[in-house]
Design a protein around this ligand. Structure first.
Ligand code: GDP
Ligand code: MG
Length: 707
């Protein structure tokens, strides 16, 4: 059994090659950080060869989690071969990693990918010369079209373990020290890894103590003095020199000056300082309009499905149940509980599918990486980097992978802030809430959804500013280097698959966690504490719980017991809020569930609906996402802090919106609530503006320095 590790820069086409070679359908992403965990598969048509798809990396230095994962795998688990995917349209950048792979001591095969783009750019790459320079075999591929895959298999099946590549030679001064290090490496360092080990010792890499017990600092210092540079920087510098030499030999670029491709011209606009953000805003507005605006395809399909479920499907099942003699409790459970609850959520499926489709398209085409680039400029002003935007994008699908994607951020503090705030974004599960409120209260205005999206981003930015003031989060954002991948025509299959996958996830949740919750909600709203059937819903257990807590929500506009319990059930899954309301309405009014929209208008004012929406967008996410936060933050204390922060932040924002909004449109004003809102606004502003907001607390506590 041979193992072959797939290594390459983000977006070089690793996952595409993986899928082509193994025949599987892993998600192909168009921004770095999609492949975080490693995936394995058998190579089709080659017996006993396993391919391991490692995360995309730019180098083997141990600075980011992906680099550590990949490096540990290559050095400790020692695959038999490395298949290095090199983006042929970006040789210079890609070869840096390749040069490091040459030292690992494992035979390397290079797949020179994206040959179609390289050719379109007018590049002429001499792959034979490249192979000769590196001492390994090179196969030209266009993975997206499946070209070159058979050759890769052929090369892999004829490769021998002794065919080791040629590591780059550094200058004489460095090589002399490397030789003397090599001579004194521990005997247990395997022969083929001695070059790697010597370089690590020279670079003073943290891992160097694994390789030797000797001290070479005086020899290294001498070289450092001669170059007037740190040893690690010397190595980096010489690697780049070597790359320049190789590239000038193997790559002929068109001499007709830098011809601007169509892609460059589009980028000039969509990443421009002035137009970048407005274009992004416009595109998102379009996305939400197509999905949600009254009369749009998404709205049309959802309206139809809602009407069908409410007016035809549920009455049909109800009649049928009555016919076969189901009545009483069981009838109530099925019709008022499950069907009304699950139906209320499922009714939004068409809108979800339209949304997913459009977002996946934007991602696949390559636009979202431009957005990360544009957002970097904005995020930087708030002390975060564009890298933090990628988890937010992932988080619009689901908060769980969103929080996990924060792993790709090298800077520990940025990573923690991002993991804490990613769930401010409207994930797929929150969309039914958005769609319900937008549809029922605001006539399907797409500004509602757009407000949630950009409000989420704003909440992250404000939180970045606030949280950076706490010592454990302080610090400058890391530089954000991201190559913009060329635009791709998305493949219908992968777009379709990704859309259906997300849609299927939505349906699955409706029939599992939402269904369970509706059963519970039905029970709680049909029975009294004495376990007697409740005459009216207001006598039920649920109503009494709701009435006990709804005072908390009164200042933020929705102090109704129904809305309060629905908000709480959102902790299980955000869709449960809609499911719960569906069930309550199913019981409360004896008619079909299509009346949920009308009913909602009777219990909440437009301004109250803003509060309901804002609070539910920003407060603690569902348990699954809290679990993910716990994994990323590494402890319950930090998680509790994060969840507490989210809830308080959500409450403060909703309070300000509702009370000041109420002031603007001159509804009934409650002076006590208004004072609360003013105090909250002042405190929020204090935390945003003042440099060290906790100083005052320390002074009061008299404990200088305690944080
Ligand atoms: P990874 O990040 O290295 O796993 O890269 P992916 O496999 O996710 O590919 C990134 C993007 O490049 C996807 O949109 C692919 O469809 C596209 N892609 C992969 N190989 C090629 C190729 O040879 N030519 C072109 N034009 N696009 C490719
Ligand atoms: Mg990938």
């Amino acid at each position: 059994m041979k193992t072959i590790a797939l290594v390459g820069n983000p977006n070089s086409g690793k996952t595409t090659v993986f899928n082509k070679l193994t025949g599987s359908s892993q998600r192909v992403g168009n921004w770095p950080g999609v492949t975080i965990d490693r995936k394995e598969g058998r190579i089709k048509g080659m017996d006993s060869a396993t391919l391991v798809d490692l995360p995309g990396i730019y180098s083997l230095s141990p600075y980011s989690p992906e680099e550590i994962v990949s490096r540990d795998y290559l050095l400790k688990e020692r695959p038999d071969y490395i298949l290095n995917i090199v983006d042929g349209s970006n040789l210079e950048r890609n070869l840096y990693l390749t040069l490091q792979l040459m030292e690992v001591g494992v035979p390397v095969v290079i797949a020179l990918n994206m040959m179609d783009i390289a050719k379109a750019k007018g590049y002429d790459i001499d792959s034979k010369a490249l192979g000769a320079a590196l001492g390994c075999r090179v196969v030209e591929t266009t993975a997206a079209k499946g070209e070159g895959m058979e050759e890769i298999k052929k090369v892999l099946s004829t490769l021998s373990k002794s065919e080791l590549p040629k590591p780059v030679r550094f200058d004489d001064g460095v090589e002399k020290v490397l030789d003397s290090i090599s001579a004194k490496l521990r005997p247990d360092v395997p022969e083929e890894q001695r070059r790697w080990a010597a370089v690590k010792v020279f670079e003073k890499d943290a891992s160097s103590s694994e390789y030797t017990d000797e001290d070479f600092s005086s020899e290294i210092e001498e070289v450092e003095k001669a170059h007037d540079d740190q040893s690690e920087a010397i190595i980096i510098d010489q690697r780049y020199n070597a790359i320049c030499g190789i590239v000038s030999n193997v790559l002929k670029q068109p001499t007709t000056g830098k011809r601007k491709t169509a892609s460059d011209r589009i980028d000039d606009i969509v990443t421009s300082r002035i137009w970048g953000f407005p274009v992004f805003f416009g595109i998102m507005a379009l996305v939400y309009s197509i999905a949600m605006l009254e009369g749009s395809p998404g709205w049309f399909a959802t309206d139809w499905l809602n009407t069908y479920i409410g007016d035809e499907f549920i009455p049909m099942v109800a009649d049928w149940l009555a016919e076969i003699g189901v009545e009483g409790m069981l009838y109530g459970l099925i019709v008022d509980g499950i069907l009304s609850g699950v139906g209320a959520v499922l009714g939004f499926l068409p809108q979800m599918l339209v949304m997913f489709l459009l977002l996946v398209l934007l991602e696949e085409v390559g636009y979202m990486s431009r957005v990360a680039f544009v957002m970097d400029r904005i995020f930087r002003r708030f002390g975060l980097s564009g890298k933090s935007f990628i988890p937010l994008l992932v988080g619009t699908g689901c908060g769980v992978p969103g929080v996990m994607a924060s792993r790709t951020i090298e800077n520990d503090r940025d990573r923690r802030i991002t993991a804490m705030t990613t769930t401010f974004m409207p994930c797929a599960a929150k969309l039914p809430i958005v769609a319900l409120i937008a549809g029922a209260i605001f006539g399907g205005n797409p500004l509602v959804a757009l407000g949630c999206y950009f409000g989420g981003i704003l909440a992250v930015l404000i939180s970045g500013v606030i949280l950076k003031k706490f010592k454990r989060f302080a610090g400058e954002p890391t530089p954000f280097i991201m190559e913009l991948p060329p635009y791709h025509t998305p493949s219908a299959v992968s777009v379709g698959m990704a859309t259906l996958q997300r849609g299927w996830g939505f349906v699955k949740k409706a029939f599992t966690i939402v269904l369970l919750a509706t059963v519970l909600i039905w029970f709680l709203s049909s029975y009294t504490w004495g376990l007697q059937e409740a005459e009216i819903i207001d006598d039920s257990i649920l109503a009494s719980i709701g009435n006990a807590i709804c005072g908390i929500f009164a200042p933020i506009g929705f102090g109704k017991w129904e809305l309060s319990v629905a908000t709480i059930t959102g902790l299980m899954a955000k869709e449960d809020l809609v499911g719960t309301l569906g069930t309550i309405v199913g019981i409360e009014i004896e008619t079909a569930e299509g009346d949920l929209w009308a009913w909602l208008n009777t219990i909440v004012t437009p301004i109250g609906a803003v509060g309901l929406l804002a609070f539910n967008m920003l407060c603690a996410p569902c348990f699954a996402a809290i679990g993910a936060m716990h994994r990323e933050l590494g402890g319950w204390k930090a998680t509790a802090f994060a969840v507490g922060y989210q809830c308080v932040f959500a409450y403060v924002c909703s309070l300000i919106l509702v009370q000041f909004g109420g002031l603007l449109i001159r509804t009934d004003i409650n002076v006590a609530y208004l004072i609360m809102a003013i105090v909250s606004a002042v405190v929020l502003a204090y935390f945003i503006i003042v440099k060290d907001p906790l100083a005052i607390v320390r002074k009061v506590a008299g404990k200088e320095g305690a944080q």
